[in-house]
Every structure is written in C-alpha cells, then in structure tokens.
Write a protein that binds this ligand. Sequence first.
Ligand SMILES: Nc1ncnc2c1ncn2[C@@H]1O[C@H](COP(=O)(O)OP(=O)(O)O)[C@@H](O)[C@H]1O
Ligand SMILES: [Mg+2]
Length: 329
Amino acid sequence: MSSNYLEFFNLRDDPFRLTPDIDYFYNSPEHSTALLSLEYCFREKEGFCVITGEPGTGKTTVIRLFVEKWKEMAEIALIMTPRLSPEEFFLAVLEDFNIPLKSSSKNDLLKAFRDFLLVNAANDRRVGIIVDEAQQLPDVTLEELRLLSNLETGKEKLLQIILAGQPELERKLETRLLRQLNQRITVRAELKPLTMEETSDYITSRLLRAGGASQIISQKARETIFELSGGKPRRINLLSTRAMMSAFLEGAREVVPEHVKKGGAELALKESADYSATRKRVKKSGISSHGRLEKSPISYGWRVLLIFASVIAVGGLCYFFGYMRLSFF
Ligand SMILES: Nc1ncnc2c1ncn2[C@@H]1O[C@H](COP(=O)(O)OP(=O)(O)O)[C@@H](O)[C@H]1O
Ligand SMILES: [Mg+2]
C-alpha cells in the first residue's frame, strides 16, 4: 500500500495487513474462548485439543498469541506445513525441540523423546506440539500422533497436542479410522465469524491501533463490509483495504458503502482472475482440479498408429469379403 494512502488518512501503519500480527489482536468472545481452551489444555495437561474454523477466521492468529504467552513456560513445536509422513513428522518435531538425532533407529529416537518429556515434566515445564492446517495431516500421521500421546507416566500426560484446522478436520476425525484419536480429544473450540457489532469493533480496534481515527470508515460502510465479508476477519481486512484505497483515489476522507462495493467488485474480479489462472496452470500441468495427474492412458503417437491400423484392418476385411462374394457367385 502506498505511503500516500497512509498519510492521507493520518495512519502510521497499515491497519488491515493480512499477516496474523498479534499486536493487532482483537479479543472477540470467540477468540477469547479459543485462547482460553488452549490455555486450559496446557494448564490441566490435557492430551488433545482441537480448534477449528473456516479459512480466515483467526486460527493462526490465536495460535501465535498462545505461543507468545507460553514460550517462556513451555517447550513448543509448531508445525505449519503438516503434509508429512509419520517419519517426517516425528523428525520435524524432534528438530523443533532441538533433540539431537544421534541415531537413525526409531526406538532410540523415541527413547530420546521420552527422556526429553520426563526432564521437562520434572521441571514442571509443559511440552506441546501444535499443528496448524491440521486437516492436511495424512491419516497415518494422525495415528502416529496418537501413539506419541501415549507417552505418559501413570499419573499424567507428558505431552499436550493442539490441532488447528478447517472444519473438514472435524469430519476427518469422525471417520472410523481415527475413532480412537477422536475419543482422546477433551477440549474443542470452534472459531465462528464475527457478528455485525464485533465486525465494527474489530475495524475500530485496528484503525486505532494503526494510529488513525475510527471515523475513517463510516457505520454504513461497516455494515456493507459485514455483509460482503460474512464477518470473517481476513475478508474484512481485504475489503477495508480496498475500500480505503477507493476513497483515497477519490480524495474522500470518509469511507462510505459505495467505496466498499467498488472495492468488493475489484476483489471479486481479482479472485476470479486468480481462479482462472490457477485453472489454466492446472490444465497446462495436466493436474486435475482434485490435484491428481490427468494423463491419458494412450499417448498421441500410439493413438495415430491405432487409427492407421484400424483403417488397414477395415480395408482388408472389405477386400476379403468382396473377394469371397466374387468367388461365391
Ligand atoms: N482476533 C483477531 N484479531 C485481529 N486480527 C485477526 C483476528 N482474527 C483474525 N485476524 C486477522 O484475519 C486474518 C486471517 O487470520 P488467520 O489467523 O490467518 O486466519 P486462519 O488461520 O483461520 O485462516 C489475518 O490478517 C489476521 O490478522
Ligand atoms: Mg491459518
């Protein structure tokens, strides 16, 4: 965003940046409950905790805030790209905890991990694994996580595991294969989109945090932002940025619904362009929209050869039957 834009609205920072910046945290009742659930999970040494929500509702932001709060009191491995096999996952966790990989035997590594857990438990330090975008974890890796969580003393769990993901994570956990893991989950939280009132408070809190005045975005404009975003913070940010830009270009000091609609239309256009660009890339690379490789079982050269052979065969047959008929009569 241009600095002119920020100057125009007297802002010292970009109020609606898309990074999950905890300095801009807005403590809505939903986000507060999610954060408290995570805290409960660590404080009470619960085994598994799951937090779900649609994309852009604030899962990563809540996790960031939680890690910031607990980083002095706990050892935390944060796995952000979980499409990993069980082995890769375990190694990533050990690496995050700085546990030296002295041996390549799984048993030795498990022993080293258990020792790490016991030392921390003796010092009353929590050890947690947090997986973001956990709906991407392969089933076998989720099962491995369950086995890791079996590491406990007679009295208490040595390891807390937090899974954050999109709603399909819950559906995944309900499948028969993951039944045992599902039964272990004691704390669940769901991040729902913000209400109209919360959306307005969220906008005010971001504008003020960036050094601006809350009047920059009018009440009516906020209502339009709420309608078009469905109360999802990521979309609120995108729409607010576009609307402010639109107002700036017109030299208007206050954002009104028209600016939001204009910004929304631009955004929809950009998203549909991104969508068709992705489709083109997908088509070009031969990958189907489900991510599978679409490859015809017969190559082009073979197809030509087959057609050629069929023509000769049909011609041959015609000739043969023509000959038979002639010799018959
Ligand atoms: N409670 C909140 N306070 C401030 N900003 C938030 C909050 N929740 C979400 N956001 C903002 O919305 C955007 C998306 O949030 P993110 O945590 O990445 O969502 P998710 O991980 O659910 O996809 C980010 O720009 C983030 O800063
Ligand atoms: Mg996220």
